[in-house]
Design a protein around this ligand. Structure first.
Ligand SMILES: NC(=O)c1ccc[n+]([C@@H]2O[C@H](COP(=O)([O-])OP(=O)(O)OC[C@H]3O[C@@H](n4cnc5c(N)ncnc54)[C@H](OP(=O)(O)O)[C@@H]3O)[C@@H](O)[C@H]2O)c1
Length: 294
C-alpha cells in the first residue's frame, strides 16, 4: 500500500483528500491539529520519519486572512516554519512534499492571469507567510511540488458559498465586492489534481516545480454570489438581490489582490490536467448542500 500523509484532515481540502477515490494500492493517512500541531516542528519530523510514506501533502494552513494581520507569529509558525520542517523531514526520507499555496502571494496587478514564475509580492501577512512556506519547501526539499490555488469552496467548512447561502436566507439584499477578480476552486477538484501530482511524484524522483490549480474561468465575488443564488434556485434556495460594491466600500484588515487569476499552462503541459469551469463545479457543491435538483 502506498500511503500519503495528509495534514489538515478536517479542513476543506483535507476532507476532500480523504473522500477522493484513490486508485487501488493508494490511500491517505490524514491528521489534524489534535494528532499533529503544526507549530511543533519536532513532532512533524517524528511523524514523517515514523513510516515509509509515499508522499506528504501539506494541506493544513492558518487560513484566517484578516486575523493573521494581528496574529503573525502563529501565521508564520503554521504557514512557513511548519513547511520548512516538512521539507527537512521529506528530504531526509527522500519522499515528495506537496505544499499547497495561494494566489495571495501575488500583488493583484496582472489582469491577464499569473504565470507560475511571475514575480511575487504579497499584500498581506497571510500571503507573506504562505510565501515563506513556498521558499522553505523550494529550497529545503528537492522533491517538491508547490501548488497554488484560489477561492477554495466545498460543501463543508468555512467558505464563501456557505456564507452566502446563510446570509441570503436572512436578508433580501446583499452587498458584495465586485472589483476583485479570481477563480473559485472546488476543494474536490483541487484534491483530485493534488492526488495526480503526488502519485506522479512518488513514481518519478526527478519531478519538482510550482504549478497552479483553480477551476477554469473568472469572476468577481459579486459575480460568484449571483451564480451561487442562481444555482441554489434550482433547489428553491434563496434569491436575494446582490449589489456590487468596491473594495474601498468594504474595509477589512488585510489588503486583497485585485486580480488573482492563476494560469494553468504548466499544469496542462506537465500533468494533462484540464480544470473544469467553476460554474459546473459550483452546481455539484450546491447539489450536495441542498439536495438533488427538483
Ligand atoms: N480557503 C481558500 O480560499 C484558499 C485560497 C488559496 C489557498 N488556500 C490554501 O489551500 C489549503 C487548504 O485550504 P482549506 O480551505 O482547506 O483550509 P481550511 O478549511 O481552513 O483548513 C485548514 C486546516 O488546517 C488545520 N490547521 C490550522 N492550524 C493548524 C495547526 N497549528 N496544526 C495543525 N493543523 C492546523 C485546520 O485545523 P482546525 O480545523 O482544527 O483549525 C484545518 O483542518 C491551505 O494551504 C490554504 O492556505 C486556501
Amino acid at each position: 500500500m502506498n500511503t500519503i500523509l495528509v495534514t489538515g484532515a478536517n479542513g476543506q481540502l483535507g476532507t476532500e483528500l480523504r473522500r477522493h477515490a484513490w486508485p487501488d494500492g493508494w490511500g491517505v493517512h490524514a491528521v489534524d491539529i489534535e494528532d499533529l500541531d503544526l507549530s511543533d516542528t519536532a513532532a512533524i519530523q517524528a511523524l514523517v520519519a515514523s513510516r515509509p510514506w509515499a508522499a506528504v501533502v501539506n494541506g493544513a494552513a492558518y487560513t484566517a486572512v484578516d486575523k493573521a494581520e494581528d496574529d503573525l507569529v502563529t501565521a508564520w509558525a503554521v504557514n512557513a516554519l511548519a513547511p520548512a520542517a516538512f521539507a527537512k523531514a521529506c528530504r531526509a526520507a527522500d519522499i515528495p512534499l506537496v505544499q499547497v499555496s495561494t494566489d495571495y502571494v501575488f500583488d493583484g496587478t496582472n489582469a491577464g492571469g499569473w504565470a507560475t514564475d511571475d514575480a511575487v509580492r504579497p499584500l498581506n501577512v497571510y500571503g507573506a507567510s504562505k510565501l515563506g512556506g513556498e521558499l522553505a519547501v523550494r529550497t529545503g526539499c528537492p522533491r517538491h511540488a508547490i501548488v497554488r490555488t484560489s477561492w477554495v469552496v466545498s460543501p463543508h467548512g468555512h467558505n464563501f458559498i456557505r456564507t452566502m447561502l446563510r446570509l441570503g436566507a436572512e436578508r433580501e439584499r446583499l452587498t458584495v465586492v465586485d472589483d476583485q477578480y479570481g477563480a473559485p476552486t472546488s476543494a474536490a477538484d483541487l484534491a483530485a489534481a493534488l492526488a495526480t501530482i503526488a502519485m506522479r511524484m512518488a513514481d518519478d524522483a526527478t519531478l519538482a516545480g510550482t504549478w497552479h490549480f483553480t477551476n477554469a474561468g473568472e469572476t468577481t465575488w459579486a459575480g460568484f454570489a449571483r451564480a451561487i443564488f442562481a444555482s441554489a434556485q434550482r433547489h428553491g434556495g434563496p434569491s436575494p438581490e446582490v449589489a456590487g460594491i468596491t473594495t474601498a466600500d468594504y474595509p477589512v484588515p488585510a489588503t486583497r489582490p485585485a486580480h488573482s487569476r492563476l494560469s494553468h499552462d504548466t499544469l496542462v503541459r506537465d500533468f494533462c490536467i484540464q480544470p473544469r469551469d467553476w460554474r459546473v463545479a459550483l452546481d455539484d457543491i450546491i447539489d450536495e448542500l441542498l439536495g438533488a435538483p427538483a
